[in-house]
Design a protein. Sequence first.
Length: 124
Amino acid sequence: MLTLIRAKLEDTAKNEHDIYLDIWVNENQIAVARMPTYGFRGDGYDDEGVPRPTVSPFILQRDGTMDFGDLEDDPYEHEDDRVSWCNVFDGQHKIARGEYVSVSEEGEDATYRFVSCVEIAISR
């Protein structure tokens, strides 16, 4: 039996916005790369705490790639800043409150802590 979890992850260094993602887990709370799922980074506030839309949606691929899509109309876009990677599918991390994962983007790693995990679906 697999359970779909909606998780909130918090950057332990407080440098980045929170990450929210949907992820399938097995009975041991280990992530299962069943299919691509949805996630987003942001919390409705900008870096100075001013209420403002700052949500960036992404597709969490089965290899841990967080694909933020393409900004065709942005002449300054670089492909490497539209893709991040999370080690959530390496089989080493429980998907549970208080556990940690790493997110790599633009050559830098950040540590995120699961601060909430809510069951939203069950598959048999």
